[in-house]
Design a protein around this ligand. Sequence first.
Ligand code: ATP
Ligand code: MG
Length: 420
Amino acid sequence: MKYQRVRGMQDLLPEDQPYWAHVEKACHDLAGRYGFERLEAPVLESTDLFVRGVGDATDIVSKEMYSFVDKGEDALTLRPEFTAGVMRAYIENGMGSRPQPQKLYSFGPIFRRERPAKGRYRQFYQFNAEVIGTPDALADLEIMQIAHGLYSRLGFTNLVFQLNSTGDPECKPRFIQALRDYFTPLMDRLAPLDRERLAKNPLRVLDTKERETLPLLADAPRFVDYLNAACAEHFAELRAYLDDAGIRYEINHRLVRGLDYYTKTVFELWGEGLGAQGALCGGGRYDGLIEALGGAPTPGVGFATGIERIIMSMRELGVQPAPLPRPDVFIAHLGPAAKRVAVQLAAQLRAEGTGVRVAFGARSLKAQMKDADRAGCALALLIGDDEVRDGTVTARDLAHSEQATLARADAAGWIRAHLP
Ligand code: ATP
Ligand code: MG
């Protein structure tokens, strides 16, 4: 075959859509109920926004971005995450002068050029929510609650957050120094990749998946032991809220998350059956980000979840989405005159709000009824020479094998009475 989809990208076919509609609706409903408003930034942003906002030592920026120079002028990138673009929009639209905090959410495609695998694509969708403009630990709780609420509603059970605090600009450097001091004497036992990380982004050594490094992590310094009073208090407050809300979590001292901008809270949620593909969602607080992007100092906290991974887990867990709406009525016709009546009747019924499918071509009644069945229509209207002459239709309730011939003007009423 000549054309194939780009590696790591997917076609979402009609049979996939009930899952997508189900999850997307849950996201919009929940966001609304928690008081989040939708903000959709463009898919394309300046490359520099992500270099600044995500950090050039991160995997995302150093390896995974789809970047290009537009007609020899602007360096652009297909967004590899939502937060930086949302913050750019917050600053650019002066949203800091609206009532704070601003609770914003987005839903759309994300692009990362990583090695494709099960649950790992190069274009995938995220639902992303942010609370911008308050340092209150209640905002961290609400972000974790909406994530938790989403998975509960979608049928996930045994939800346990992995939680850690990564301090602020005062205590984070102290912790990073402690990590350096701990790992430097162990340098020759570290995996080569982690030796590199130790130089460039030491926090990443903590969440390594490299076999050689793993045994060295047991005695590594723990963030909680380095938090200053303000960060420790914030962390304790969040844990108390989570306890009160009955949301389960485990403190995970190795959880640091990949992005440079996190301060204080970081969390992830892992799905059942996901195995090595990774997390269902991840998030945290980023109090320095807006300032780093040129805005006024503004705290924020947010999370993002991958829709494909949710759907993959739903399929594995056997969670069934509701079927999508489709036409209830099939109109079959025999002969050119009947076909013209059928087309008119279809237009009239559709205008009244009834879903209608009309047979194409000129085929036997048997073939048309087979189509009606395949299309899942519960009711059929048949029009032949007699019906054209008499101004009638023959109406058939397919599930109950009932049939009646009625005046065409009564078709709509009959349909209403017989809809499943
Ligand atoms: P991972 O550790 O699996 O690489 P991540 O930490 O890079 O995940 P985030 O940047 O936190 O992921 O993105 C949030 C969510 O987006 C993830 O929890 C996951 O559900 C989803 N996600 C991330 N990368 C991909 C991908 N390549 N394909 C599909 N979903 C993804
Ligand atoms: Mg990743």
